[in-house]
Design a protein around this ligand. Structure first.
Ligand SMILES: [Zn+2]
Length: 127
């Protein structure tokens, strides 16, 4: 019925459920996990999503006499070390004996683009 648009890697949109900025190609919002109506027809044209890495760690306040304040920061750097993005994901406090698990993951999905499409390389690097 509708003509398929060519892939535009890195293009974003707003999740209608949680208002997070997500990839336009996402079938499921990575923030709120709601299924999105877009993308199902496009997914078949690209490779499946895979995990580039996943890191887990636990912060545990083992002191009995103090509360720990904490700040969770995620930063993204380019190959030269220049910061592309930095976000404070959450702040809070841990009472004695409380803990939190922190999980950071990066998923990737190869998207076929025309080899002469230089617009892609320049337009998506800074995102
Ligand atoms: Zn969402």
């Amino acid at each position: 019925m509708s003509a398929a648009r060519p892939p535009d890697p890195g293009r974003t949109r707003t999740c209608p459920h949680c208002k997070s900025t997500i990839l336009e190609s996402a079938d499921v919002c990575p923030a709120c996990h709601h299924h999105l109506r877009f993308g199902a027809d496009r997914r078949s044209a690209s490779a499946p999503t895979r995990s580039a890495f996943r890191v887990e760690g636990v912060i545990a306040n083992q002191e009995q006499s103090s509360v720990w304040e904490y700040t969770v920061v995620v930063a993204l750097l380019d190959a030269q070390g220049a910061e592309i993005a930095r976000e404070v994901v959450h702040v809070g406090a841990l009472a004695p004996s409380e803990s939190r698990k922190c999980v950071v993951s990066v998923d990737v999905r190869p998207v076929a683009v025309a080899t002469n499409d230089r617009h892609f390389a320049k337009s998506t690097l800074g995102r």
